[in-house]
Design a protein around this ligand. Structure first.
Ligand code: SF4
Length: 399
């Protein structure tokens, strides 16, 4: 079976499932209303988005300089910095830090998904738990995230309840509401947070001038993942680095707004391990938060994308706004995607991380309606990039 045939079969199974269609449709309607309301109420978001667009263009075209600046800052704040060319390199680096027999808590990270980090650590004999509720549900159903910021949108409340009852043995009322699931999972994960040896997170943005990791969230799990265990590991794509901390904060705010959750409940800034200077004003590292922080920056096809139409995709802030807007994605979610990424942004990210052929297969289902282009906060010409992938893919089939 060709890759395209396999894709069509998966898409058909999504179209054929009433439960899947109902769940994705409900979520899309909620998200669709929310973002325009946020943009109207907080008019400065559009201005911030323009600044972020310019900052991301500059950072990507000067990436070597920006990374060099990050290297110097990382030394200053005692952040351990690594560069991984491939997904395998990244897994190996994290695997060496963690070893085996440990308890590891994850906050949601698409890059961790991209490199199959959770599975790798489990194979190495570690107990690993996702702590974002949606991502935990994905772990329990052994599936893949169906949206960039809302991974479990394909699950109805009934299906989510079945998963936590069957896979975690939790008790829920006979007609469970989302609140009941949240409460039960909260109790279950408390114990995992307190016994975790390592916390693994992604990054919404990274500031080169201060080596700060910026993370935005609503659940509060990122605070616990990055603050409670003795050691914190960050995995992020190289494209996440911008020049300064103020730009990194703006990027995270714009991401939260276009993801439809604004104001975000929490913003986290992490610049190296925890420390105190409370005795004789001498700085001592390893206070209440982690004693070590490691940042693994991952290339995995990103640097090679520069100089091609895919370069524009590198400024994506992963808000997922284009996915909600896409008429095809609203029936397929990330089933129309590669291993991890799906929909408009996901076709292009799949081409970057899994190769042009795979991206080309996915491009064949695009309607070229350009709705995704119109809503992207950083003006990525998504449909033009998809068109370029399709043209090359068709040419390769005909040659
Ligand atoms: S151009 Fe293609 S990817 Fe973009 S919204 Fe339309 S169908 Fe979706």
């Amino acid at each position: 079976m060709t890759g395209l045939e396999a894709l069509l079969r998966s898409v058909y199974s999504a179209l054929d499932s009433d439960e899947f269609q109902e769940a994705v449709w409900r979520s899309s309607l909620h998200a669709e209303e929310r973002v325009p309301q946020i943009l109207e109420k907080y008019s400065y978001i559009r201005r911030l988005a323009e600044e972020v667009l310019e900052a991301r263009r500059r950072a990507i075209s000067n990436i070597e300089e920006v990374l060099e600046r990050l290297r110097e800052s990382a030394r200053r704040v005692k952040l351990n910095l690594y560069f991984a060319e491939t997904a395998e390199d990244a897994r190996r680096i994290v695997g060496r830090i963690i070893g085996s027999g440990k308890t590891v808590v994850f906050s949601k990270s698409m890059v961790a998904e991209e490199i199959r980090l959770r599975e790798y650590l489990e194979e190495n004999g570690n107990e690993v738990w996702e702590t974002d509720l949606g991502q935990l549900l994905i772990q329990l159903e052994n599936g893949k995230p169906m949206h960039t910021t809302a991974p479990a949108i394909h699950l109805t409340v009934e299906k989510a309840a079945r998963l936590v009852i069957e896979k975690l043995g939790l008790e829920l009322p006979s007609d469970p509401r989302p609140e009941d699931i949240v409460l039960a999972v909260r109790g279950f994960l408390r114990e995992k947070f307190t016994k975790a040896d390592y916390g693994v997170s992604g990054a919404n943005a990274i500031a080169a001038d201060t080596a700060s990791i910026v993370l935005v969230e609503n659940e509060g799990n990122i605070r616990l993942v990055t603050g409670f265990p003795e050691r914190h590991i960050v995995v992020a794509g190289v494209e996440k680095v911008v020049e300064t901390l103020d730009l990194a904060l703006k990027q995270a705010l714009v991401q939260a707004a276009y993801a439809g959750l604004f104001p975000p409940t929490y913003m986290n800034i992490i610049s190296g391990p925890s420390s105190t200077a409370d005795i004789e004003h001498r700085r001592v590292y390893g206070a209440h938060g982690p004693r070590e922080v490691h940042l693994v920056l991952i290339d995995n096809g990103r640097m090679k994308a520069r100089g091609t139409p895919l370069e524009e995709q590198l400024r994506c802030i992963r808000c997922g706004r284009c996915q909600w807007e896409c008429p095809v994605w609203r029936h397929t979610a990330n089933i129309w995607g590669g291993e991890v990424y799906g929909g408009p942004m996901g076709i292009n990210w799949t081409a970057i991380t899994e190769g042009l052929e795979k991206g080309g297969e996915l491009s064949m289902l695009c309607l070229q309606c350009m709705r995704c282009d119109e809503v992207c906060p950083v003006e990525i010409p998504l449909s033009s990039i998809i068109h370029w992938l399709r043209k090359n893919y068709v040419a390769s089939l005909l040659s």
